[in-house]
Design a binder for this molecule. Structure first.
Ligand SMILES: Nc1ncnc2c1ncn2[C@@H]1O[C@H](COP(=O)(O)OP(=O)(O)O)[C@@H](O)[C@H]1O
Ligand SMILES: [Mg+2]
Length: 352
């Protein structure tokens, strides 16, 4: 079992751990349902790690991130010349992950046309690349996840019935964080340790902040809690986050990022460059705004980009720059913003 799931001490998550243990060894498709940020990907990885495919790859494709044709090519690959930008042949994820585990995230967003092709590969283990005829065989354990009610989508004829039953061989529903609040303190402790290490800043969460955290409903679930912990460490104080969450609890207006919240990270003993302060303030303000909007739309990036009036590429860049992305995004080439800052200025590391 992964370390992350060991943290989940509630009875509800313990039941899920038992399910994972049962289902991992069997090579069946698993459908993970649950709100955004509850840990569907964490569970998918745990299934892979406990399965006989552990020494093979685990790959994830977000079905909501790409329009239909690009998604088809991402999943199944394409032949050279299959479309305008297809300069060379490219294998898809189904080929790359052969003998491993493939997580299809946000499966509810997969266009109807592609659903037929997906059904085919699930039934027969074969497919052909876009623009090609050669039959390619693949042996993939599929895990699908969604925050949509797939059954309702099926009843509304947005999701093929045959595909639904093919995916739904074994279903795991992961409860929202507000239904397992007892995990909050342990999770906060875990994230604080993680970010303290990552940003080289130590900070504790006072008992009254923890009380507010225990009361709050966390619509963005564990991801929102993780972001709150990150902001506490980055800001060097729990005060701002405490006030924001408390304001949401009280239903009152949310406080904007105040100048004091920003300068709280500046040590008066040190040289202060106004440019640095402005840059950090702008980034903190953006981080707060982006985080809030993302939480509000349950991390639907397309919606968030529209609300923020930026294109989705810019939003993705900002998510990474603000360190709000998922573990997967951070594992890529993106440097952690605080560390990047530290390298540049050579003195941030001492601030708290
Ligand atoms: N039990 C857990 N322990 C530690 N971190 C967790 C746990 N569950 C979720 N997370 C973290 O919360 C974030 C969201 O989890 P994720 O699996 O991506 O959710 P989902 O796929 O349901 O949107 C990730 O950064 C993940 O590492
Ligand atoms: Mg996810």
């Amino acid at each position: 079992m992964t370390e992350e799931l060991r943290l989940c001490s509630s009875a509800k998550m313990q039941a899920i751990r038992d399910l994972i243990a049962k289902v991992a060894a069997l090579d069946i498709t698993v459908l993970l349902q649950g709100e955004s940020g509850v840990g569907k990907e964490v569970v998918a990885r745990a299934i892979h790690l406990a399965s006989p495919r552990v020494h093979r790859q685990f790959l994830k494709v977000n079905c909501a991130a790409l329009p239909g044709e690009l998604l088809e090519s991402e999943l199944f690959g394409h032949e050279k010349g299959a479309f305008t930008d297809a300069y060379r042949q490219k294998p898809g994820k189904f080929e790359a992950v052969d003998q491993g585990t493939l997580l299809l995230d946000e499966i509810g967003e997969i266009p109807l046309g592609l659903q037929a092709k997906l059904l085919h590969v699930l039934q027969d283990g074969e497919f052909s690349r876009v623009g090609g005829e050669k039959i390619i065989r693949t042996d993939v354990r599929l895990i699908a996840s969604t925050n949509r009610d797939l059954k309702a989508a099926m009843q509304a004829h947005q999701f093929r019935e045959d595909l639904y039953y093919r995916l739904n061989v074994f279903e795991i529903r992961i409860p929202p964080l507000r239904e397992r609040r007892e995990e909050i303190p342990v999770l906060v402790g875990h994230f604080l340790t993680k970010f303290t290490f990552q940003y080289a800043r130590k900070i504790e969460v006072p008992a009254d902040t923890m009380r507010v955290f225990l009361e709050y409903d966390w619509p963005g679930n564990v991801r929102e809690l993780e972001n709150a912990a990150r902001r506490i460490v980055v800001l060097g104080t729990a005060l701002t986050v405490h006030q924001e969450i408390a304001a949401r609890l009280g239903g009152g207006p949310r406080p904007a990022v105040t100048p004091s919240a920003v300068t709280a990270t500046v040590n008066p003993e040190q040289m202060i460059s106004l440019k640095d302060i402005a840059r950090r303030a702008a980034r903190d303000a953006e981080r707060v705004a982006i985080n809030e909007v993302l939480d509000r739309v349950h991390w639907n990036r397309a919606k968030a980009a529209r609300l923020l009036q930026i294109d989705s590429k810019t939003l993705q860049y900002k998510i990474e720059q603000c360190g709000l992305g998922t573990r997967e995004e951070k594992q890529g080439t993106v440097a952690e913003p605080a560390i990047e800052e530290q390298k540049k200025s050579g003195r941030d590391g001492r601030m708290n």
